[in-house]
Structure formats: structure tokens, C-alpha cells
Ligand binder design. Structure first.
Ligand SMILES: Nc1nc2c(ncn2[C@@H]2O[C@H](COP(=O)(O)OP(=O)(O)OP(=O)(O)O)[C@@H](O)[C@H]2O)c(=O)[nH]1
Ligand SMILES: [Mg+2]
Length: 328
């Protein structure tokens, strides 16, 4: 049955199976969340706000930095530590064709066949409320189904990078040798996002210069907030243990300091904000599609109504419709 036709009973059953460890059911539920709509809302209702205390690590960086290769080597370390690991590979830039491409790459993961590993790619097409909403819901679903460790790989592009950063507990930013200029240009953004820096492709020229640029960019931060820098050659599996140790150490530090609790609070806040945003946007699209704005727009065009006043009228109508939708 197509995911768009699933009833609340169907999604409840899927959820039960996913909780029992069925990875196929989990994959279908993520498809439901990606599509949004009533079925997604019914999945949402079946999730308690936090599961069994899953921990989420984000791995972000420019296209081709070696994130997938790195994650693949990291899975071994993560599995040894946590027993079960879920990976969401999120591609915010993907036009239609890249979804499939990403799927192929995901299948290349050497751990994909293990029942202790769940790997899923998520593309942004067709999503209500953009990437962040479905990613956050998928994270919550995984937690509710008892996955203790969730890795989220995402291509770092502007706002999406920040959004995904606000969805994860530890953020790993992947750079490459020769990126000194980029470090300087993106200094503020990188410092805001990164908990750990990886210089991957450490087998390539320019490693020392990039490391120096990074260290000088971070020098102004107090020592306890300064991100660790780890060098890796993901294609040869080198540095994966060091990176895993850095992640574990960051996790321990923020757990002890109480920062993890405040990050989680921020994440819930961002999630709720995003959820309401998505619902209002859908309602607004419907409002315009229904023609309700047309007469006001004509009045604005004729100079009989100013834009702000038209906005007020439509905002009132939007609120009325949103309330009716909740009540109904
Ligand atoms: N020389 C070298 N090549 C590497 C290393 N790690 C990854 N690569 C290569 O870099 C290319 C890109 O690797 P991916 O892991 O697909 O990079 P990615 O960041 O996931 O790419 P996107 O998902 O497309 O953004 C591949 O050809 C890898 O084999 C490394 O440490 N050294
Ligand atoms: Mg990748």
C-alpha cells in the first residue's frame, strides 16, 4: 500500500513492528514522515517525546569532503560501543535524480547488511516544511524505537547546516587539506556549529596549513569550548578510533556540565517551532490556492488597499482556518 494511503491503524502497526526491531517497518515510517500529511501526524502522535535516551551525532561538511567514507569507518567503532547504530544520510541539495544516487551510495556501506545497523537516505524533495522537520521526526522515531546511537550525515549548505546542527547532540564538521581560505571565510559559522573538526584526506598536501588556520580561528574560544581537531584518512580507515574517542569525550563533557540538557531543550524548542511553521505554511498555501487572497490582491493592485492591511486580513483568515483545522 502506498504510504499516502496508510490509516492510523496501519501506522500504529508499523510502529509496533519498528519498535520490535523491524528495519523494513522503520524505513516505511520514515517515508511516511517525509511525505507529511495525516499519516505523518498519526506517526507523530504515536511517539513519546523522547525514547530510551538515544544520542545523535551530526557529520556535516562540503560535498565530497569524505563524510560517507568517514561514517562508514566510524560505524565499526560506533557499533562496538553502542551495539546498534542508525544512520540518516540527508541530502538537502538533491534534485530528483540524486535521491537514487544517494541510495546507491548508502548501499555501498559495508555495514548495511547487519541487523544492528539501520541506514536510510533522506532527500528533501516533496517535504512539507523542508528538510529539518522530517529529519527531526525521523530522529525521534529512531529514539522511540530504541536505537541508542543515531548518526546524521548531511551536506553542509548554509541554513540547512545550522538546522541539522540544531537536531544533533554532537556536531562533527569535516574539512580537507587546502581549505585554509574557506576556514577563514566561514570562521563565524563554523565556530557556531562545530563541536569537533575533522581534517579528512590527511594524506593530501596542505594538511599542516589547514590545521594552523583552523587553530588560529579557534584560538579566541575559551579552552573548554574549543573543538577538538582530528586528522583522518577515511579511505584507509585511519583516524576513525581517534574521532570516536573525541565524540565520546565531547558527549561526556556536555553530559557532566549540563549542556546536553540545555541543548535538548533547544532542540525541542526548534522542533516545535518548525512543526508549527510547517503547518502554518501548508495552511497558507491552501489559503492562496483557494483564491481567498485574490480580491485583496486586486484591491492592492488598484491602490484601494495597502499591502500591510491585506496582510492583516489574510492573517486573521489564516488563524481562523488553522483553529478550525485543529478543532475539526
Ligand atoms: N585521498 C583520500 N580520498 C578520500 C578520503 N576519504 C574519502 N575520499 C574520497 O573522496 C571522495 C568523496 O567521498 P565521499 O565519502 O563520497 O564524500 P561525501 O562528503 O560523503 O560526499 P557527498 O555525500 O557527495 O557530499 C571519494 O572518492 C572517496 O573515496 C581520504 O581520506 N583520502
Ligand atoms: Mg556522502
Amino acid at each position: 500500500m502506498a504510504v499516502s494511503q496508510l490509516s492510523a491503524q496501519d501506522t500504529d502497526q508499523l510502529l509496533e513492528r519498528a519498535r520490535a526491531g523491524d528495519r523494513g517497518a522503520l524505513a516505511r515510517l520514515i517515508s511516511v514522515l517525509e511525505r507529511g500529511g495525516d499519516a505523518a501526524a498519526s506517526v507523530e502522535r504515536g511517539l513519546s517525546s523522547r525514547g530510551a535516551g538515544g544520542y545523535t551525532v551530526g557529520i556535516t561538511g562540503a560535498p565530497g569532503a569524505g563524510k560517507s567514507t568517514l561514517v562508514n569507518t566510524l560505524l565499526g567503532e560506533a557499533l562496538a560501543d553502542a551495539g546498534r547504530v542508525a544512520l540518516l544520510a540527508v541530502d538537502p541539495t538533491s534534485p530528483l535524480s540524486r535521491g537514487a544516487l544517494l541510495g546507491d551510495r548508502v548501499r555501498m556501506h559495508s555495514h548495511a547488511a547487519s541487523s544492528q545497523v539501520f541506514i536510510r537516505s533522506m532527500a528533501s524533495r516533496g517535504q512539507l516544511g523542508g528538510l529539518a522537520v522530517a529529519t527531526r521526526s525521523a530522529r525521534r522515531l529512531l529514539e522511540a524505537c530504541g536505537w541508542p546511537l543515531i548518526l546524521i550525515e548531511t551536506v553542509g549548505v548554509g541554513q540547512v547546516e545550522l538546522d541539522v546542527a540544531s537536531t544533533t547532540d554532537t556536531v562533527v564538521v569535516v574539512l580537507n587539506p587546502g581549505w585554509g581560505d574557506e576556514v577563514q571565510a566561514n570562521k563565524a559559522g563554523l565556530m557556531e556549529v562545530a563541536d569537533i573538526f575533522v581534517i579528512n584526506k590527511a594524506d593530501k598536501a596542505g594538511l599542516q596549513a589547514t590545521r594552523r588556520d583552523l587553530e588560529s580561528a579557534l584560538a579566541s574560544l575559551p579552552a573548554e569550548r574549543r573543538p577538538a581537531i582530528v586528522e583522518t584518512v577515511a579511505s584507509e580507515g585511519r583516524g576513525a578510533a581517534d574521532l570516536w574517542a573525541a565524540i565520546a569525550s565531547h558527549r561526556e563533557a556536555i553530559t557532566l556540565s549540563g549542556e546536553l540538557a540545555s541543548r535538548r531543550q533547544q532542540q525541542l524548542r526548534a522542533e516545535l517551532h518548525g512543526l508549527i511553521d510547517a503547518r502554518l505554511e501548508a495552511e497558507l498555501d491552501q489559503l492562496f490556492a483557494s483564491g481567498a487572497a485574490d480580491t485583496h490582491l486586486e484591491a492592492v493592485a488598484a491602490g484601494a488597499l495597502d499591502m500591510a492591511a491585506a496582510g492583516d486580513v489574510l492573517l486573521r483568515e489564516l488563524c481562523r482556518r488553522a483553529s478550525a483545522a485543529i478543532a475539526g
